[in-house]
Design a protein around this ligand. Structure first.
Ligand code: AMP
Ligand code: MG
Length: 333
């Protein structure tokens, strides 16, 4: 089911009335509130169970509105915004006065982006203001990439769900801090580091510890119910079968070179060869293995280039503190 014009009108009305609207973006589904309505923004944190110190992204309808939400727009920020918006790039800038501290987790900076999705853009244009929206899932769990994922997880806790098709990118936006002269990638995502570097004309650091607080960068985040264990690609089958012998209900992320190999496991996901397809499917795969009752997922990291950087980042978080190959937990009694 895809939303109609009247659904967009209804959703914009819900935002104006201080309600919460779930809407699709090209990255993941967002849980949106009027960015200028402190009470509505606070409700996002309640519904998600997210600590209020974790800042949200303000979604706007176009690059021409950027100046309304930030204190000033340095040349680098303008260059990146004009090149990548609408798209999966979030820019962190000095907070404009319109943005309440509820939305920034008390920070003097604000994260802004223009999503590349027709329904999201229609909602933003019809609503006319900024919409703060984190991913529409409970804090720490897997982000939703379909409206069904959202309904399964948040159900009645939200006021309106705009139904779009599955998200095309599938992982969250790339976050770049452009508050200083040296841009810093705070979170890898849908716009690749290589694409950013091509536009900037110089190499970027992708630091492991960021200069500002970056939720989503906790040791454990984006996590399914099943425990995720990362091993070398060549070890995936052997580790999965060993865990199965020990009594686990094992789900396997089978890397492309082994796609046709037989593996004794409860559920198998053949990892797509294309990184774009892998990113698009990643959260759905994790949810599927949960639904099939797996208590353990054996996976490996893709090469960390292009979208592989974001996929590897999410898999590491899903695995919590990265376990070694032999660190398979004892099965639950
Ligand atoms: P989520 O949509 O749940 O992935 O969360 C929104 C993301 O935006 C988080 O990962 C935050 O780190 C990021 N973010 C929002 N505001 C800021 C800010 N002022 N500085 C750094 N990161 C931010
Ligand atoms: Mg999230």
């Amino acid at each position: 089911m895809t939303a109609t014009n009247s659904d967009i009108e209804k959703a914009a009305g819900v935002l104006r009335a201080g309600g919460l609207v779930v809407f699709p973006t090209e990255t993941v589904y967002g849980l949106g509130a009027n960015a200028e309505d402190r009470a509505a923004v606070s409700r996002i944190f309640e519904v998600k169970g997210r600590p209020p110190s974790h800042p949200l992204i303000v979604h706007i309808a176009g690059v021409e509105h950027l100046g309304d939400w930030v204190e000033n727009v340095p040349a680098t920020a303008r260059l990146l915004a004009e090149h990548f918006w609408p798209g999966p790039l979030t820019l962190v800038l000095r907070r404009g006065r319109r943005v309440p501290f509820e939305a920034t987790g008390g920070l003097e900076t604000v994260a802004v982006r223009v999503p590349d999705h027709p329904l999201a853009l229609a909602l933003l244009a019809t609503f006319g203001g900024g919409v703060t929206a984190p991913s529409a899932n409970r804090f720490g769990s897997v982000s939703p990439t379909t409206a069904d994922h959202v309904r399964a997880e948040l159900g009645d806790a939200v006021d309106f769900v705009l139904d779009g098709s599955p998200c095309q990118v599938g992982v969250e936006s790339t976050i770049v801090d452009v508050t200083s002269d040296v841009p810093a990638v705070l979170r890898p995502g849908g716009v690749t580091r290589e694409d950013l570097e091509a536009v900037l004309g110089y190499p970027l650091e992708v630091p492991s510890a960021s200069r500002v607080r970056v939720p989503g960068q906790h040791p454990s985040h984006y996590a399914p119910r099943a425990r995720v264990v990362l091993v070398d690609p060549e070890q995936v089958i052997a580790e999965a079968e060993l865990a199965r012998e020990r009594g686990h209900r094992v789900g396997v992320f089978l890397p492309p070179p082994f796609a046709d190999a037989p593996v004794k496991a409860h559920a198998v996901v053949a990892v797509p060869r294309s990184m774009a397809a892998y990113a698009r499917g990643l959260y759905g795969f994790l949810r599927e293995l949960d639904q099939r009752g797996c208590d353990l997922i054996i996976a490996s990291l893709p090469p960390e280039e292009g979208l592989g950087l974001a996929i590897a980042n999410r898999l590491r978080r899903a695995a919590g503190p990265r376990p070694s190959a032999s660190n398979i937990p004892a099965p639950r009694p």
